[in-house]
Design a protein around this ligand. Structure first.
Ligand SMILES: [Mn+2]
Length: 327
């Protein structure tokens, strides 16, 4: 049995300030003091943008979660072997890498968003629908934070474009809206629910997240790189917000040339079958390929799908795709 406890169904309410604030403060400390072999520092001695995944063990790649609390529960309980993913984390036998975007339900939550928007327009920032939406998203991120605190060298959450609780345009962020006014509605919900200190700290957490991960023969970021970025640029991304934007916001066909291939050639010059993985843009099947097959998009919002990458075996990623609704 695992000593790490979590609720198997999403609580009906967002985490209380009393529970949430100390965990946010703890995860900030963990992110500020990561093992430097895993997370080298930037020039200004702050955490750099790059994660070097621990070698010799499999990496579980998790696409955009978007408030799917049940998806994260399924991942932790899934048993790739005799052990569950949670037990493998406790034994240090697996890396768990999230590509970012924890908040904001996608199409599956459309009806709820529409209902929450009606409330929002009449000045009710925490009605039933919005409370349900934020309960899913915030309890999900609460659990991600607790995982990061418990397994700091093996759990990594890359920053996505939805890690922007203030809905601002600082630090490479841009306000977000898709179906309704999700970004602003979330910020108003936060202000109506939590003290300013908690919201500020939540933003600090978001702006400490790494943006790029390096595995044995693969690279990962939230979105396709918009152009080639040097190691120095990525390491120091928090001093160069356009680098963050360029790794979390890129739409299909927006990248200049084949930046994923250029980056793979730099990190794995001897390995023409190395691959670059990202979420962000939805795919219709299990995955979609761009950049001559070297850039793999893995986010299908309709599926609870993870990819288990064995060391030095990215080229066989198709064998590691697991739909958790089918196991
Ligand atoms: Mn995204």
């Amino acid at each position: 049995m695992s000593s790490f406890l979590f609720e198997s169904t999403c609580p009906q309410n967002p985490p209380s300030t009393k529970d949430f604030l100390p965990v946010i403060e703890d995860v900030i400390k963990v992110l500020q003091k990561e093992d430097q072999s895993v997370r080298p520092k930037a020039n200004n001695k702050k955490p750099g943008g790059i994660i070097n995944l621990i070698q010799g063990i499999p990496t579980i790649l998790v696409p955009d979660l978007h408030s799917r609390y049940d998806f994260l529960v399924k991942i932790l309980n899934y048993r790739p072997s005799n052990f569950s993913v949670l037990e493998l984390l406790e034994k240090g036998l697996v890396n768990l890498l999230f590509v970012g975007d924890g908040l904001h339900s996608e199409r599956a939550g459309l009806e709820r968003w529409n209902s929450a928007y009606d409330d929002f327009l009449s000045g009710n920032f925490k009605g039933k629908a919005m409370t349900e939406e934020m309960s899913l998203g915030l309890n999900l991120m609460f659990l991600v934070m607790k995982l990061k605190i418990a397994f700091p060298r093996h759990v990594h959450f890359l920053k996505g474009n939805h890690e922007n609780i203030l809905n601002d345009d600082e630090n490479g962020n841009y306000p977000f809206r898709k179906f309704v006014d999700e970004g602003q509605m979330s910020y108003e919900f936060m202000k109506a629910t939590y003290p300013e200190k908690l919201i500020k700290n939540y933003a600090v957490f978001e702006n400490l997240l790494p943006v790029f991960a390096v595995g044995s023969d693969f690279l990962v970021s939230h979105a396709e790189p918009a152009r080639y970025f040097s190691k120095t640029e990525i390491l120091n991304c928090y001093q160069h917000p356009s680098v963050i934007t360029g790794l979390i916001w890129t739409r299909n066909d927006e990248a200049l040339g084949n930046p994923a291939i250029q980056l793979l050639d730099e990190y794995f010059p001897e390995n023409p079958s190395s691959l670059y993985f990202a979420g962000h843009r939805p795919v219709k099947e299990k995955f979609a390929l761009r950049e001559e097959g070297r850039f793999v998009q893995i986010h299908n919002p309709e599926k609870k799908q993870i990819i288990i990458l064995n060391p030095n075996d990215a080229k066989n990623f198709r064998d590691g795709i697991i739909n958790l609704d089918e196991v």
